[in-house]
Write a protein that binds this ligand. Structure first.
Ligand SMILES: Nc1nc2c(ncn2[C@@H]2O[C@H](COP(=O)(O)OP(=O)(O)OP(=O)(O)O)[C@@H](O)[C@H]2O)c(=O)[nH]1
Ligand SMILES: [Mg+2]
Length: 262
């Protein structure tokens, strides 16, 4: 994906994957975020069949910091995010991230993640983390909370890295060669990609060294709220579990190779 969507060199770009989001897009909040001058937003319309394209066309006319990448067919969240991040990096973005179209993670929290990343040169990835604690407002159904805890526990074991919340939809990254390499290869399933991306960044490739654990940070969010209308279904959940099992098996196989084949 090499489309230039007019992102100005050097600006942080946050990708917002959108699939049939016409009724959930909060235009006022996105406009406010775009006008704060801190970040550009690249909406990826993932072959929506509702009025999303029209809403996005209207919205992006309102501010230079808003742009749309339109995909002709629905490819799922993971591939839409990958297309958007590659496009933003191709256009010169030095920091890229993503957040959900329902703004479950409020705009100011997104800006805080960017600030955190930019305040420490050692960091390459900052993940929003939905840690319910005194002083925070994390509003999540009990079911989603416990399902998320279970998934993050499995993912941590598979990755060999302690991550409290792998699935928060708000994450930001420096556009390093490691990120470019990690996004070169398509994701095989639409929802487990956060964990797969984390694994790829740590593992590296033949041409690009992996990142140390110190390059990653989870930032506890002060606010997050569940928004009705989630598109995650049983098949998506099972495929996300399969992603994690695949990572775990690959790490075990690697360890066996290292041990017995030198
Ligand atoms: N591109 C694309 N995005 C999708 C698709 N399905 C969902 N999304 C986007 O993925 C984001 C998260 O979708 P939600 O349905 O809110 O998922 P969720 O299960 O509520 O996720 P959390 O809010 O993180 O718990 C939104 O921006 C959606 O538009 C899809 O098929 N394609
Ligand atoms: Mg949601």
């Amino acid at each position: 994906m090499t489309t230039d969507v007019g992102v100005i060199k050097g600006d942080p770009v946050v990708v917002v994957p959108c699939y049939n989001e016409a009724s959930r897009l909060d235009e006022t909040s996105f406009l406010e975020l775009a006008r704060c001058g801190r970040v550009k937003l690249l909406f990826v319309d993932d072959g929506s069949t509702d009025q999303t394209a029209e809403v996005l066309r209207r919205l992006t006319k309102e501010a230079d910091a808003l742009d749309v990448l339109s995909l002709p067919t629905n490819v799922g969240k993971a591939e839409a995010v990958r297309a958007g991040m590659r496009c933003a990096m191709h256009s010169g973005a030095t920091v890229v991230g993503y957040c959900d179209a329902d703004l479950s993670t409020p705009p100011r929290e997104l800006v805080r993640l960017l600030d955190r990343l930019e305040s420490d040169r050692r960091l390459v990835a900052v993940f929003g983390s939905r840690v319910a604690r005194l002083g925070s407002r994390i509003e999540r159904t009990a079911f989603r909370h416990y399902a998320g805890r279970l998934y993050a526990t499995l993912a941590s074991a598979a990755l060999g890295m302690t991550v409290y919340d792998t699935q928060c939809g708000a994450k930001v990254f420096r556009a390093t060669p490691a990120l470019v390499a990690a996004l070169d290869v398509p994701f095989s399933s639409p929802w487990g990609f956060d964990v797969v991306l984390c694994h790829r960044l740590r593992a590296g490739t033949e041409s690009c060294a992996g990142l140390p654990d110190e390059a990653f940070l989870e930032e506890p969010l002060e606010q997050w709220h569940d928004v009705r209308g989630s598109k995650l279904n049983l098949s998506g959940t099972l495929r996300a579990v399969a992603d994690v099992l695949g990572i775990g098996l690959a790490r075990v196989a690697q360890r066996i190779r290292d041990r017995f084949l030198g």
